[in-house]
Structure formats: C-alpha cells, structure tokens
Design a protein around this ligand. Structure first.
Ligand SMILES: C[S@@+](CC[C@H](N)C(=O)[O-])C[C@H]1O[C@@H](n2cnc3c(N)ncnc32)[C@H](O)[C@@H]1O
Length: 395
C-alpha cells in the first residue's frame, strides 16, 4: 500500500482524497488546534499539532515516503485578500520545498490558489519549483477547475507536482459537466451541522437581500443585469434624483477608463474630467452626492462609496456555486438562492465535496474557516489519481 503524509493539513480535505484512493496516511501536520481536532475526529491517520516553521517532530520517520501533500495558506496570493507580495504566509510555500527536500518523498503535490501563478507573487512557486528541480525532481504545474470534475462549485486552483520516479506522466483529466447547486444541496437540511440563521425581518441586511435575485450581487463598480447598486435600494441607502443617478453611472464608467495606478482595476476620477463631462453643474451634483453618502473625495479626485465588487451574492439553483471561502456563512457575502440567509456549515461542506459523515466541531466561525480553506476532497482525489500514475500504480 502506498503511503502519504500531509503538511498544512487543516481539517483534512486534501487527505480525504488520498485515503479514498487507498493511500495509507503516515502523519498530518497543522498548527491550528480546531483543525487538528476536526481532522482527528473525522479523517484516518495520525495528526499532530505543530508549527511547521519550527520543523516536523521525528521527521526521519517520514523519509522516503511515497507522496507528500501540502496545502500551505493561500490568503497572501488570493484576490479575495490584500494580496501583499511580502505576506509572511507566502513564505510557507517556500518552506514546503525545504521540508520536502528533507523528507524526500517520491512524489510531492502542493495545492494553492491560481493567484500564486501571477505577477510578482509567482516568485514563491518558482522558488519551490527551483528547489525541487535542484534536488533532481521533475515538476509540473497544473491549473484546475473544480467544476470540471463534476462538482457544484467554480473553484480555480493550482496543483504543483514534483516527482522522482523516472516516469513521464500525462496530467490530462476528463472534463465532466458541473453539478447544479440544487442537486448538491438535496437533503442537506436533514444532516448534521445544518442550522439556518434567517435574517431579521426588516433589518437593513434583510432589506438589501430582498432586492437581490438569484445570480445577482450588490455592486457599485460593475454595471449589467447581475449587479444591483446601492442607489437601486433607496429604502436602505437613500433617495437620489435621475440626474444624480446619471452622475453615479458616469463615474462608475470613468473610474475604470481614466487609470492612474498600475494595480487594481479602477481609480478615483479627477475633478477636471468630471467637469468636462458634466459642465458647470458638476460641483453642485457632486456636493449633493457626497452629502448623501454616495460619493467621497479621495486623493484629489472623486470616487464612489462602496467600491467592493460584490457583496450579498445570491447563488442560483441551476448553476454551480461560486467559490466557497471562509465567509460563506455570512449573508453579507453569500445568500441562499431562495431564503433570506447565508449558508449553513453543512451546505458549505456539501458544496466543497465533503460527505455528510464528516461532522464538524468547534465554533461555527472555525468550521466555516476550515471548510473555506480546504482542498475539496474530490480535487484531492483527482490529485491522488495523478500521483498514482506518477508512482506507476493503477489510477
Ligand atoms: C489552506 S489551509 C489547508 C487546508 C487543508 N489542506 C485541507 O485540505 O483541508 C492552510 C492550513 O495551514 C495551517 N498553517 C498555517 N501556518 C502554519 C504553520 N506555521 N504551521 C503549521 N500549519 C500552519 C493553517 O492552520 C491551515 O489549516
């Protein structure tokens, strides 16, 4: 039986894919006590609470193992966060290479977000690649989409493989049609970890949710039928005139056209540009919209208030879910297709491909964090199948 060990094992999503393929677990390592508790209660094999920057206890025990898997934190690479190149968590990808060299597995598989491949952030994955090549491994970086495995979730990820088995391998995987959210959530309400929390009727959030239909989100920075702007919900954000609406929509367009910075996809609009577009009435209109809380002055220009691209995202029954992240329980970010609430832990776990016999423990916040951070078990299983090919065992 082939063996594997797991670094940054979280609640064990990646590991479940490998045990499902018959790999025997030798050890899993994570520093988070709640993750370790959940792993220990639900996933096969020994798990250890360890800060991997300090090292792996009894590391020699893992030397020469068949497969080492690692899911180092992705927050520093993800487009959801601040994406700081020097986020100290990014170095854990480099650390993975250092630990892998010491353990010397026959195959290494590392999962991360696709942001780890773009721009300056790619230096960490390149460093991992360089480390493994120097140690005599062949390497391959594969982009994958969870929905192409038949999952009910759009989740783009990167799998990095390094192997020293003397084999060539093909990293092609047959594409399967994505599942609809409706099919994924059938019967979820009868399972553990399902505690829906409906929004209080007439609360501000409930009023916003009432205006968002399936497939839509609250967004001031994008036009089109799937974006509902704050000014489309006057009962919450305040009334505006038709003339003021024209100004807000003009600003939404101009802020993406008149670029000043290299990063991001929009900038505040200069007063000159607004004056050229709106003429002498521009001062009065802008003043009114600033007073109403729809515009703000920034860096000598004017910008919209609320430049997030998408909150209160309402999922649709007939489509796969968007990416499950750690905020999936909050209706401020994700809304159930037909009810005025966010998702339950069980629903998030189902969308991530966990089976219902995985019972989550600890605070709800921690449960959503672990599920959002997990490698979906079906993606783990796909990686396990490819690792088997690299090892020369039947997939
Ligand atoms: C992306 S999650 C891993 C998900 C996991 N592979 C799964 O499939 O469920 C990253 C994990 O790295 C852990 N972590 C972060 N820094 C660590 C460190 N210094 N040592 C050990 N674990 C760490 C976090 O606690 C978190 O569980």
């Amino acid at each position: 039986m082939k063996t594997f060990a797991s670094l940054f094992s979280g609640c064990g999503g990646f590991d479940l894919g490998f045990t499902a393929h018959g790999f025997r677990p030798k050890g899993a390592f994570d520093c988070d006590s709640e993750a370790v508790e959940n792993f220990s209660a639900n996933v096969e094999g020994p798990v250890n609470r360890v800060d991997l920057t300090v090292g792996i206890p009894n590391e020699h025990f893992l030397r020469g193992i068949d497969v080492l898997i690692a899911g180092p934190p992705c927050q520093g690479f993800s487009t959801v966060g601040k994406r700081l190149v020097n986020d100290e968590r990014n170095h854990l990808l480099t650390l993975t290479g250092t630990l892998a060299r010491r353990i010397s597995p026959r195959v290494l598989v590392v999962e991360n977000v696709s942001g780890a491949l773009s721009g300056e952030h790619s230096r960490y994955l390149k460093s991992l690649d360089g480390t493994m090549r120097l140690a005599g491994y062949r390497t391959y970086t594969m982009r994958c989409q969870a929905a192409d495995l038949g999952m009910g979730q759009l989740r783009r990820r990167v799998l990095f493989f390094a192997w020293r088995t003397g084999r060539d391998s093909q990293f092609t995987v047959p594409k399967v049609a994505p599942a609809e959210l409706r099919a994924v959530l059938v019967g979820a309400s009868k399972q553990p970890n399902h505690h829906p929390q409906r929004l209080n009727v007439h609360s501000r959030e409930w009023q916003i949710a009432q205006r968002i239909r399936p497939g839509q989100k609250l967004s001031n920075v994008r036009g089109g039928k799937n974006a509902v702007a704050t000014w489309d919900i006057p009962e919450v954000f305040g009334n505006i005139t038709e003339q003021e609406r024209t100004v807000l929509e003009l600003l939404r367009r101009l802020r993406r056209q008149e670029r000043q910075r290299d990063n991001g996809d929009a900038d505040p609009v200069s007063l000159e540009r607004l004056e050229a577009a709106l003429g002498s009435r521009f001062h009065r209109l802008v003043e009114r919209l600033v007073a109403k809380g729809y515009l703000k002055r920034v860096d000598g220009g004017i910008d919209l208030v609320g430049t997030f691209n998408g909150k209160f995202r309402r999922l649709a029954w007939d489509k796969p879910s968007c990416t499950v992240d750690t905020r999936f329980g909050s209706p401020r970010y994700f809304l159930h297709p037909t009810q005025q609430r966010g998702f339950t832990v069980r629903e998030a776990a189902r969308i991530q491909g966990f089976t219902d016999d995985y019972v989550f423990r600890g605070s709800e916040q921690a449960q959503f964090r672990m599920i959002g951070n997990a490698v979906p078990p079906p993606l783990g299983a796909m990686a396990a199948g490819l690792a088997k090919r690299l090892l020369g065992t039947a997939a």
